[in-house]
Design a protein around this ligand. Structure first.
Ligand code: F6R
Length: 614
């Protein structure tokens, strides 16, 4: 979704802004723009449809001087991707330029009002309405920019992170947020602004995460000042970010997605570090211990999430129910928020999100909180909105995920869910000690086993070439492997644009089997676990209809290898931890098929990394 960068200081702003936009490219976007107050005090706005590199070409011969500026990558919501709709937007007077991430829901009424006052609009965006509204309030009430922003935002319904530049006041940027993240970086004689810390970390590790309805007054040569809409000053809490630049770069991999797939053994190790102690036969998630009465006293758990995080939630349901005997429901956050769910203070809601900014998940949390439920967050992005909206929670600690298609966040989420279920089970004594110890020990071996799976990369790359012809794929799995089938199908859809569906394998005969013919690739997760024989029958049903079976099997399986067209042999693990192993080859399969088809793997069309709109 839209990305925001801002700079004020002693250096030339343009290169810093462009580099910042490139760091935010992973969020997904369709156009980009920059506004600078030049050395001779012009407010220059340059915009281009397409990539940040298109913006650079457009601005190449123009005046890019100036030590203050704001820049933006846009992900279209109101109005098609075009130069006119790209941000920054000028006010009619061309005194103000504004960038925005979010949606102004009452923009139509505001636009009508402004048109009746003679304001003319050049774009179809809701953002242009906001900059004109601020301009109108400034001019009619003879106010300064800060006061006008404060008044304008009180008229606005919706979500936003904004930054405004004023030609007549080149020494400041005014920025504000509500439901969309915004971070201010504090350097030596310079201040930065961004949607998240990634564009800032190469300059400073000191940041302030703005809260809802806070306005940052970012002035040259002055300390950061934060106020609310009523102009009450708020003491900004300066935090240290622990990101390093290496985590934001490809390190020799051709795509971030591949790098992130390969990082998984280390990520899972990091995720478990300090939480699993095999020597002491122990698992401790501190948040679970701190709130154990609340968690163990719950009538049920409801897990809310979207997309890949929702698939992790389905695995979490299996884990918690079987280890702890606590009933678990899994809900799409987007559906949950608009139902009237039966939920109260006896319920615990677990919200899972990589970005920590997903609007639907945030809204589901707010609804559950308003009904008295206790909220536990499982997040990756430190300091993001979701961890701040929950009562407690656990970070997955897998580092920044840049590839739009989620990979290491999924396995990190499953690992945290396994540790959460184990910690609760230990407290509740709901798992026999032997079984508990076996799972803990096996969990600690997962990074090593993942490394073995990664050795299959070349073989999977070769296999992928065979299937670039396909327009459809089916993914099948049962039990713990059913969510993996969903996740495998989602990965393929997202980055290769091949239609793919995941099903519980036994559901085939209730309809989808009609799709099977000699053209149809069917990926079956058929590792050696409790439902192995059933899945074997499902494979036979597919082969009887000439489907082309790619089976994920446990090393040494010579039964399925004699039936399936292609087999990917994986190290054996416990059934409950199987998703941590079986997901990895499916990520690689999707990746290589997309590469073979020449697709933009890291920035697939129409997709955004942080879904900050409904
Ligand atoms: C899939 C993917 C999306 C996200 C979904 C939720 O690869 O990345 O489906 O999983 O948009 O995002 P988070 O986890 O950030 O809430």
């Amino acid at each position: 979704m839209c990305g925001i960068v801002g700079y004020i200081g002693t250096k030339q702003a343009y290169p810093i802004l462009i580099k910042g936009l490139k760091r935010l490219e992973y969020r997904g976007y369709d156009s980009a723009g920059v506004a600078l107050i030049s050395n001779n005090r012009h407010l220059n706005v340059y915009k281009a449809k397409g990539k940040v590199s298109d913006l650079e070409s457009f601005a190449a011969e123009k005046d890019i001087s100036g030590t203050v500026g704001i820049a933006h990558t846009r992900w279209a919501t109101h109005g098609e991707p075009s130069q006119a709709n790209a941000h920054p937007h000028y006010s009619s007077s061309e005194n103000l330029a504004l960038i925005h991430n979010g949606i102004i829901e009452n923009y139509a009424i505001l636009k009508e009002k402004l048109q009746s006052k003679g304001y003319v609009f050049k774009s179809s965006t809701d953002t242009e309405v906001l900059v004109q509204l601020i301009d109108y309030i400034m001019v009619t009430n003879k106010l300064d920019l800060l006061s006008a922003v404060q008044l304008a935002l009180q008229e606005v319904i919706g979500a936003y992170a904004i930054a405004v530049l004023e030609k007549n006041n080149p020494d400041q940027i005014i920025a504000a947020r509500k439901s969309s993240s915004l971070v201010v970086g504090i350097g030596e004689e310079e201040l930065f602004l961004a949607s998240d810390a990634t564009p800032i970390v190469e300059y400073t590790d000191k940041v302030v995460y703005l809260d809802d309805e806070e306005i940052a007054i970012i002035r040259r040569g002055e300390e950061l000042k934060v106020v609310n809409f009523k102009n009450v000053e708020i003491n900004p809490e300066i935090k240290e970010v622990k990101l390093n630049l290496g985590q934001l770069e490809k390190r020799g991999f051709s795509h971030f997605m591949l790098k992130e797939i390969f990082e998984q053994p280390d990520c899972i190790y990091d995720c478990m570090r300090g939480r699993i102690n095999v020597d002491a036969d122990n698992v401790v998630l501190s948040a679970v211990i701190d709130y154990k009465e609340k968690l163990l006293g719950a009538r049920r758990f409801i897990i809310v999430a979207c997309g890949t995080s929702w698939h992790a939630a389905l695995i979490g349901k299996h884990l918690i129910e079987s280890f702890c005997r606590i009933p678990v429901e899994v809900e799409y956050a987007s559906e949950f928020r608009y139902r009237d769910p039966v939920i109260d203070e006896q319920d615990v809601v677990i919200a899972i999100s990589q970005s920590g900014e997903t609007t639907d998940t945030l809204a589901a949390i707010e609804l559950a909180r308003s009904r008295g439920a206790f909220i536990y967050g499982i997040c990756n992005s430190v300091g993001s909105s979701i961890p701040r909206a929950t009562h407690t929670g656990s970070y997955i600690h897998v580092g920044p995920e840049i590839g739009v298609a989620s990979t290491k966040a999924f396995t990190g989420q499953v690992t945290v869910l396994a540790m959460l279920a184990l910690t609760l089970a230990k407290e509740k004594q709901s798992l026999p000690r032997e079984e508990f110890l076996e799972i803990v020990k096996e969990l600690s071996h997962i990074p090593e086993k993942m490394k073995k799976v990664l050795e299959l990369n070349h073989r999977i790359a070769g296999l992928s070439q065979i299937f670039t012809y396909a327009h459809n794929f089916i993914y099948l799995g049962r039990g713990y492997s059913y969510p993996v089938a969903l996740e495998g199908a989602l990965k393929l859809k997202e980055i290769s644009y091949i239609h793919a569906e995941g099903y519980p394998a036994a559901e085939m005969k209730h309809g989808p089997i009609a799709l099977i013919d000699a053209e149809m690739p069917v990926v079956v997760i058929a590792t050696h676990n409790g439902l192995y024989k059933k899945v074997l029958s499902n494979i036979q049903e597919i082969k009887a209809r000439q489907g082309r079976v790619i089976a994920l099997v446990t090393e040494g399986d010579d039964v399925i290898s004699s039936i399936a067209d292609y087999c990917i042999e994986l190290p054996a693990t416990l059934e409950c931890l199987d998703p941590l192993i079986t997901t990895v080859p499916l990520q690689m399969l999707a990746y290589h098929i997309a590469v073979c088809k020449g697709k933009d793997v890291d920035q697939p069309r129409n997709l955004a990394k942080s879904v900050t709109v409904e």
